[in-house]
Each structure stands twice: as C-alpha cells, then as structure tokens.
Design a protein around this ligand. Structure first.
Ligand SMILES: [Ca+2]
Ligand SMILES: [Ca+2]
Length: 161
C-alpha cells in the first residue's frame, strides 16, 4: 500500500512537471516568424513576407530586406527611356526606403526573373503595381497575363489582362 501511494505521488508529480514544461514552451513555439501569412493577406502558397524597403532600383524593381523584387505584370521605362525618372520617383514616394512593404510572390511565376522574385508589393495599404498603372507610369505586361497569379485582380483586368 505504502509503495503504491508513493508510486502514485511520484506519477502525479511527474505529470505536473511535464505539464509545466509544456505550458512554458508552447508560447515559444508559436512566436511570430517572418512569414506573415496569418496576419496579412497574401495569395497562394509561395513566399509572403513583410520587411523594410532597402533600395529602389527603378520603377518596377526594388529591394525589400535585401531580396530583389520585380513587380508582377507591370513594366516601367528603362533608364534610357522617357518617364524613367518619374516612374522611379513614384515608386520611391509610395514605398520609401526605410518604410514597410508587404511582398506577395507571384505563385504563377515562382521561377523569378533574372534572379529577382516576381511579386505584388503593397506599401501603406496601397498596391504598388496598381498605383504605377493608375498613374500611367507603367504598362501592363500582357505576355504574363496567362501565367500570373494576379491576372484576375481588378487592377490587372482593368489595364488589359
Ligand atoms: Ca502569392
Ligand atoms: Ca522596366
């Protein structure tokens, strides 16, 4: 009898110790990670993250946390073309270096483009891809309408997809 009581006591103590460890460790396991799928809206299952804008390369290309991003479905003028500077300035205004951007990788183009991730970028709630089209600073890349994850979004359809 004595032995079994001791055994029961030891078992209860053991279970409580394990429970305490689980309770302590659970919050650590659910600590936030860089993937922000649960808190911000991203489409598909490819990369989705938020981070600081670190460089504006040109109107349709920028670095977010040192990942080079090529905007999906839009094309702004190259350095030797008219409106190059204006398009780059608009991107700098909407997504200034140091501000936060949300990057939603194009699930239809996960292969990227020349080492750049193809994505939809949002800054302060505005979709950069859409704003460039609205301001007439970019053309829609109709060649990629068939493959892009974003082809059915209002802005893509409105400008030619
Ligand atoms: Ca996506
Ligand atoms: Ca371009």
């Amino acid at each position: 009898m004595k032995i079994s009581k001791v055994a029961i006591g030891a078992t209860i103590a053991g279970v409580m110790a394990v429970a305490a460890i689980v309770i302590i460790l659970l919050p650590l396991q659910s600590a936030p990670i860089t993937n922000i799928r649960s808190t911000e809206s991203c489409k598909g299952s490819a990369s989705c993250f938020s981070g600081t804008v670190t460089k504006i390369v040109d109107g349709d290309t920028l670095d977010v946390e040192n990942t080079r991003i090529r905007l999906a479905l839009v094309n702004t003028p190259e350095i030797d073309e008219d409106w190059y500077g204006e398009a780059k300035s608009l991107t700098s205004e909407l997504c200034p270096v140091g501000s936060k951007a949300v990057v939603d990788e194009d699930d239809g183009q996960t292969g990227g483009s020349y080492g750049r991730m193809i994505a939809k970028v949002s800054c302060a709630g505005k979709v950069l891809n859409e704003e460039l089209l609205k301001a007439d600073m970019a053309e829609i890349f109709t060649n990629f309408c068939a493959t892009s994850e974003f082809r059915n979004e209002d802005w893509a359809r409105e400008y030619g997809c």
